[in-house]
Design a protein around this ligand. Structure first.
Ligand code: SF4
Length: 342
């Protein structure tokens, strides 16, 4: 997998007051990446593009180095108690990306340099939870592993959690550059979930991510390094050969994880493909030739909060997906835990 290299990196002036801001500046100095120092309000003006496609591509090649201001974390159900971010956005281009409707037309990446303040806030959230174990998700607004070679922030966060008795960290990724994380003192307190799918879904829709084989290889190395491991199988899609291909996926996971002995069960989170009308509109603008199946006539409406709705597979298909994947997991990973199916 080729490591991400932005066309331009934009530093908010305050970010350079932090050691991590300086470290990132040093990383890019003398490289072909353009270095810009500018306030956040001006970021958009430095990203080129007139058409939707150009603006999108320009955003994906821009890294903004900034300071995280809001340190009050949101609740993050069902996978954790709270979520926080080291990074917002990601350099990949999955056609179905769940972030599209919350991003601007130039979806640039942000990385936050005030790690010590973020760590202080984590400690405060833990203290409020008394003696209960508090679980934090670090990848719900972006993929920190995608730029770990630039920031090193995820490694520091994993070691920070490694020293905390009453908290756990959860990471999810579609990248595979895990080598620098293998020797960390994680103390089994970070669960890595590798976002995985059938070959067809990865190769057709998940551009600029690690391949099917690279992700499974990364998962097996993380497990061998003692990290609790999980898989997010998402978005699960029904297409001509879906059963054969999901069987191949679980066969391959079993084969590569067979020799790894972990104290903690492997976990699986299963999420069917769904889409909202707003997401479909953005996807059709950015990927006009997409092969994503977004035919409303083949779906059922599912209503959420505030009168919002999404299109999901009809009940008959959903039951078939759940039963089929559950049977594969029970057969290949009898000790695994299925966290949820949605
Ligand atoms: S890796 Fe995740 S965040 Fe990045 S484009 Fe794909 S779905 Fe979106």
């Amino acid at each position: 997998m080729k490591l991400f290299s932005p066309d331009r990196v934009i530093f908010e002036p305050r970010a350079l007051d932090y050691p991590l801001g300086q470290k990132i500046h040093d990383y890019f100095e003398g490289t072909s990446t353009e270095i810009i120092i500018a306030p956040l309000q001006k970021v958009s003006s430095f990203i080129p593009g007139t058409t939707d496609g150009q603006k999108y591509a320009g955003g994906k090649k821009t890294l903004v180095v900034t300071v995280k201001r809001s340190l009050k974390f949101d609740v993050c159900k069902p996978s954790a108690d709270f979520e926080f971010s080291l990074v917002t956005g990601c350099p990949a281009s999955c056609e179905y990306c769940y972030l599209y409707t919350t991003q601007s037309s130039k979806p640039y990446l942000r990385t936050y340099v005030n790690l010590e303040e973020i760590f202080d806030s984590i400690k405060k959230h833990i203290a409020r939870n008394a003696d209960r174990l508090t679980i934090f998700e670090v990848a719900s607004a972006g993929d920190p592993l995608a730029i770990e070679h630039i920031t090193g922030s995820l490694a520091r966060t994993i070691e920070f959690f490694g020293a905390l008795d009453n908290a756990r960290l959860r990471v999810v990724t579609k990248f595979s550059n895990i080598e620098p994380l293998l020797g960390l003192k994680h103390n089994g307190r970070t669960r890595f979930r590798v976002s995985i799918n059938s070959r067809y879904v990865i190769e057709t829709f998940e551009h600029n991510t690690a391949s099917f084989d690279e992700r499974i290889e990364a998962a097996s190395k993380l497990a061998a390094a003692g990290y609790p491991i999980g898989f997010i199988v998402a978005p699960i899609m029904v297409y001509d050969r879906w059963k054969e291909e999901y069987l191949e996926l679980f066969d391959e996971l079993r084969r590569r994880l067979d020799t790894v002995k972990s104290a903690e069960p492997v976990t699986f989170e299963l999420i069917q493909h769904r889409f909202t009308p707003a997401a479909k509109k953005v996807i059709m603008e950015r990927f006009p030739d997409t092969l994503l199946d977004m035919d409303e006539n083949k779906r059922t409406l599912k209503w959420g909060k505030f009168g919002r709705y999404k299109y999901v597979y009809p009940r008959k298909d959903a039951v078939e997906i759940r039963e089929y994947l559950t049977s594969l997991i029970e057969e290949k990973f009898p000790d695994a835990r299925i966290e949820y199916f949605t």
